[in-house]
Design a binder for this molecule. Structure first.
Ligand code: AMP
Length: 425
């Protein structure tokens, strides 16, 4: 894969990207005045029918970067009666968010988009699919469920997007993704978006993509540029008191407090709710309806503090988040990047605090190596840890790597003829 570094110059106008009038009108209606770097980089390549691996996280405008070329190339239901574009995402929240972006950017066109994810009765989804849809966005498990029931047929799919691919692999969706890709036509276009491109992602791309081009809009640049990052050393039993003091000191506009486990998240939420007025939590044990309610309150700014786990916290797209607090250090370094990327979005300023116990010096070092930057030390009087964290000295390359997978032979993908532009609806 040839690696293309990010374009430093963003074209001033969407008009320069060869988009249709109807698309330019919806972009204007959405208030998007200028393409973001990933949009400027990805849209022309996707319109040319190329397979692309784009290294970018949420907050960079990546969703619109793949939604725009899909909408521009959809065929009329007469030409292609089935689903034409399939977008796979790791979480329900992201599925809803991506569907929202499709709906926003397809203003003025008769396009149907269905979100397929677990936690909602399957009946309603089947009914929506039966009525006909051009774009499906879903989590791999539920998508596979529909394929098994024959309620989702992928014969007309010409574009597959793997959004937050690293996250999907982290949470074990690889076998499901492979099964789904094998059900899609070989001459499809595949776009893969990922905050990081570790070897398992490269192998997935080699196996299931056709001569993919690589665009690098790596997340470290976002964190470095706009997000101030601090750590506190603190004894484990004093973390909650430190959290309260930090919130009192900082008075955040909106903050997400990340915990590692569902139980931990629930516990911190319950304790915090006794001390602070505007707190709620979101984790995988909550009913979908409760998660939806909390997310919309947070998005609308009615909720100030959200305690969350990584899986649901990732991909949250709320522009008002001023603070990220890593109550627990993340299990994977990439989660740190994703957590911190929830703030400082679209160039706004943000700040992130990570609580590090004396046993977690190694984790702090790993994070610093991952983002290639040192976190600044912050202190709260009366909260000094009994001993500073013990750092580890290990080469960055050997750290944070997922378990080695068996190499797989490249898939026997048919060579595709050059793609012609599809007619927009
Ligand atoms: P994403 O990285 O896709 O999660 O997008 C982050 C946020 O940026 C979303 O709220 C989008 O609606 C918004 N957005 C995407 N593209 C643009 C743009 N060109 N101008 C302004 N906002 C944008």
């Amino acid at each position: 894969m040839a690696d293309t570094k990010p374009a430093t110059q963003t074209p001033a106008r969407f008009q320069d990207l060869g988009l249709s009038k109807i698309m330019l009108a919806s972009l204007e209606q959405a208030g998007y005045q200028q393409p973001t770097p990933i949009q400027a980089g990805l849209i022309p390549k996707a319109l040319d029918g190329l397979d692309v691996v784009g290294q970018a996280q949420t907050g960079t405008g990546k969703t619109a970067a793949f939604v725009i070329p899909i909408l521009e190339q959809l065929m009329s239901p007469k030409q292609a009666p089935g689903v034409q574009a399939l977008i796979l995402v790791p979480t329900r929240e992201l599925a809803v968010q991506v569907r929202g972006e499709v709906e926003k950017l397809s203003a003025g066109r008769r396009i149907h988009c269905v979100a397929l994810y677990g936690g909602k009765p399957i009946r309603g989804q089947i009914e929506k699919l039966r009525r006909g849809t051009q774009v499906v966005v879903g989590t791999p498990g539920r998508v596979l469920d529909h394929i098994g029931r024959r309620t989702l047929v992928l014969d007309d799919v010409w574009c597959v997007v793997l959004d937050e691919a690293d996250r999907m692999l982290d949470i074990g969706f690889r076998p499901d993704i492979e099964k789904i890709l094998r059900r899609c036509p070989n001459d499809r276009q595949t776009l893969l978006l990922s905050a990081t491109v570790p070897p398992p992602i490269e192998r997935l791309a080699q196996r299931y993509m056709f001569e993919p081009e690589s665009l690098n809009f790596s997340p470290t640049e976002i964190s470095v540029e706009t997000i101030e990052q601090f750590y506190f050393t603190v004894d484990a039993i004093r973390k909650f008191d430190l959290l309260v003091r930090l919130l009192e000191r900082e008075q955040p506009r909106q903050a997400i407090i990340f915990c590692r486990t569902k139980r931990g998240t629930q516990k911190i939420y319950e304790r915090l709710a006794k001390r602070m007025p505007s707190v709620d939590c979101i984790h995988g044990d909550l009913q979908q309806s409760a998660r939806d309610r909390v997310m919309s309150a947070f998005r609308e700014g009615k909720l100030q503090l959200l305690v969350a786990t990584d899986v649901v916290g990732r991909g949250i797209d709320v522009s008002g988040i001023s603070h990220i607090i890593n109550f627990d250090t993340p299990q994977f370094c990439d989660d740190y990047v994703h957590r911190v990327g929830r703030t400082g979005r679209m160039g706004r300023e943000g700040v992130a605090y990570t609580f590090v116990t004396t046993e977690e010096g190694g984790e702090l070092t790993r994070i610093e190596q991952r983002i290639n930057r040192l976190l600044k030390r912050d202190e709260m009087p009366g909260f000094e840890a009994t001993a500073p964290p013990t750092p580890i000295v290990t080469p960055a390359t050997a750290l944070g790597q997922p378990a080695v997978e068996k190499p797989q032979p490249p898939a026997n993908l048919a060579r595709r003829p050059p793609r012609r532009h599809r007619r927009a609806l």
